[in-house]
Design a protein around this ligand. Sequence first.
Ligand code: AMP
Length: 380
Amino acid sequence: MQFSSLGLSEPLLRSLASQKFEQPFPIQQEAIPAILAGKDIFGVAQTGSGKTAAFVLPILELLQKAGPAKSRYIKVLVLVPTRELAAQVADVFKEFSNGLSRRINTLAVYGGVSINPQMMALASAEIVVATPGRLLDLVSSNAVHLSAVEMLVLDEADKILNLGFQEEIDKIFALLPPRRQNVLFSATIGDDVRNIKETLLRDPLLIEVGEENQQHELISQVAYLVAPERKGPLLRYLIKQHNMQQVLVFTSSIRTADNLVGKLSKNGIQASSLHSQKSQGARTEVLQKFKTGKLRVLIATDLASRGIDIEKLPYVINFELPRSPKDYVHRIGRTGRASAKGEAITIITAEDQHHFGVIQKKMGKKVSIVETDDLDLKGY
Ligand code: AMP
């Protein structure tokens, strides 16, 4: 199937070609014509499935046919759980907006950075990609009005709810006009997502894109069993032995993340950390450096396990296991995206073995475990 048969017009088709999107992914084949036809969508899909373009493209198509929005009365609202995802989704809108028949402005709004530039930029934005808290701040200072929203997208709804944004999104829903189109994406369906689906969507088209495990076929997984005091040396050994030039390392705590940065740097391996105690400016900068290949090792807490798209990331290492099996799946899902192969390596100690067993069971996949007692880690 070709993008041209999905109802998109020339400017977007040209943009797709220039970004080397040759064929629509399954979720795009289903979602694009349905959104263009005005239907509500309930998509069960993870990042990596191509879900962002699945809503960005038809939204831009619909907007370019309509007239411009009244200042500060935005037409499209996309709610996302994290600041990084807000910036990333807004960038996809911007990339595809080049060359449209009229100018359509997208703005990412999120907390942790000064509110004034966002207030000013809202005067000309038609599409807003927002985290819930900052959006409400902007609404209460009249910088943006939600009464003309024609399309609502809830991206990573499960994560939005997990982060405790229920109250905020209820407030936001109450400000939206009753007649509008709704798109809801979630990686998992729990009771709270089901509730939102019932209240939000009218006769939605259900799109399910594979099981999480199926999407992970491109990711080869392996675990190394090691004594706790040898974890650091093993990490450095793996990075050097595999000659990893771009690797995302997950830890469970901010302290471990920062410690590892010090240890790696001392050993001549360039590394930085990404976690919630860093300023938003520092978070954006470090992620940008990593994405563009200017940073070799990014050490992150689970803040980075959801939604973040790093093109062709070859390696993910779990230096510490996450508590939740779901987080494990999301972490390793940072690699093996968009049909590129990836490798996920998990470092475990004897104490982790039981929990790692639970994770594998939940994931429905066995991971081979390599013993490292005989591995000489001297000098690492
Ligand atoms: P997403 O699930 O939206 O985070 O997208 C995952 C990755 O797939 C992103 O890097 C997109 O740029 C890429 N992508 C999405 N759709 C296509 C397509 N039809 N062809 C090639 N790459 C795509």
